[in-house]
Structure formats: structure tokens, C-alpha cells
Design a binder for this molecule. Structure first.
Ligand code: SAH
Length: 210
């Protein structure tokens, strides 16, 4: 038996991620390393490495492995960066970022999810993650600028507050839209922002703090 699911993880990385065109060796290594099953209830472990998103409680989902890898690769990380994540959720994407980047600041609006993710990430020994419970649509102004920002819930329109927390040359990956959503890659350049539409996606919506 493979108690750590390492074989399933290697298969997932080859057949779902490399086979679909993700080439960044840091991303492939992180996907093969982070124990995705530990971020979900034990009842779901049999499906943890399947090619699909999964429910994680509180009406939220853990993204499909390929989408996690695709979004991470789009950030162009090569180590040492300051990264902001909006929507900690299960903490799985947070772990993938923490393996590759220097420091990760992650914001989650649902406290129970934030606490659960933190317990798992602490248990796995990640010490380069900073946590906040609250509305991440305003970013984390005290820590800005960030080299990279990843938003894992859909923004109704391009979030200007987050764009403005990007460092010069920084990149943000963000799903934008309500019913129909598109993944955008934003780059901060000298004269402003370059925005590229990448593909159609489906994420839970960013919720507003009440
Ligand atoms: N990256 C996660 C998937 C997150 S699902 C993973 O790998 O598991 C999106 C998450 O964004 C949910 O946990 C949801 O509660 C959170 N969220 C929604 N609106 C938010 C907001 N305004 N600020 C911070 N987090 C938010």
C-alpha cells in the first residue's frame, strides 16, 4: 500500500498536468510533492487525485489539480517572491505556492475554513505562510506590493484594488465574471497594466464581507 499516495500524485502530475502542457519544473515538482488528500475530508481521499474539483465543506470546492497547476505556472514564480492569495479555501493551492515562492500571504473570509487550512499547513511544517480572516478583495495593503497575486474565487469585475498592490513587473491571475467567467492574467508594466484573457473557467464567487 502507498499510504502517502505518492504514486497517484506522480500519475496525476504526468497525465493531467504535464500532458496538458504545463512545463514549469517548479510547478510540476510542487504538484508531485504536496499531499492533496490531506486537504480534504478522509471520506474523499479515494478521489483526491482525480481530474476534478471536489467539495470541501461550507459550500466551497478545492480546485481541479490542472487548474491549480495552470494558475500557478501563469504567475511565473522562480523562488523568493512575495505572493498574495485571495481565498485560502482548503489550503491546497496555498501549499503549492509556499513550496515554490518565498512567502505567501493568504486571506479567507470563512473563519472555519481558514482555521482548518492553517492547522493542516502548520502540521505539514510550512513556516512561510501568513494568514488573515477577512475580505480579501481589498488585498493586504500593509504588505503590498506583491510580486504575484492569485485570486481563487471569481471577481464580478477586474479588482482594481488588487491590481494596485502588484509590484512593477508583478503578475496577477484572477477569474472575472458572474455566470460566464474568464481567467485573466494581469501584468503591471511601466505604463500601467497588460491584461490577457486566458480561458473560460468556473469558480465560486468572491463574497462581500457582511
Ligand atoms: N484555492 C482553494 C480553492 C478556494 S475556493 C483551494 O485550493 O482549496 C474559494 C475560496 O475563496 C473559498 O474558500 C471562499 O470562502 C473564499 N472567498 C470567497 N470570497 C472571499 C473574499 N471576499 N475574501 C477572501 N476569501 C474569499
Amino acid at each position: 500500500m502507498d499510504g502517502d499516495h505518492a504514486r497517484e500524485r506522480r500519475l496525476m502530475t504526468e497525465s493531467q498536468i504535464r500532458a496538458r502542457g504545463v512545463r514549469d519544473p517548479l510547478v510540476l515538482a510542487a504538484m508531485a510533492r504536496v499531499p492533496r488528500h490531506l486537504f480534504m475530508p478522509e471520506g474523499l481521499w479515494a478521489h483526491a487525485y482525480a481530474d476534478e474539483p471536489l467539495p470541501i465543506g461550507e459550500g466551497q470546492t478545492i480546485s481541479q489539480p490542472y487548474i491549480v497547476a495552470y494558475m500557478t505556472e501563469a504567475l511565473g514564480l522562480d523562488g523568493g517572491e512575495k505572493v498574495l492569495e485571495v481565498g485560502t479555501g482548503s489550503g491546497y493551492q496555498t501549499a503549492v505556492l509556499a513550496v515554490i515562492a518565498g512567502e505567501v500571504w493568504t486571506v479567507e473570509i470563512v473563519e472555519t475554513l481558514a482555521l482548518r487550512a492553517r492547522a493542516i499547513l502548520d502540521g505539514l511544517g510550512y513556516t512561510n505562510i501568513h494568514y488573515r480572516v477577512g475580505d480579501g478583495s481589498e488585498g493586504w495593503p500593509e504588505e503590498a506590493p506583491f510580486d504575484a497575486i492569485i485570486v481563487t474565487a471569481a471577481a464580478p469585475r477586474m479588482p482594481a484594488a488588487l491590481e494596485n498592490q502588484l509590484a512593477q513587473g508583478g503578475r496577477m491571475i484572477v477569474p472575472v465574471g458572474t455566470d460566464l467567467q474568464e481567467l485573466f492574467l494581469v501584468r503591471r508594466v511601466k505604463k500601467g497594466f497588460e491584461r490577457d484573457r486566458l480561458l473560460g473557467v468556473r469558480f465560486v464567487p468572491l463574497v462581500k464581507a457582511s
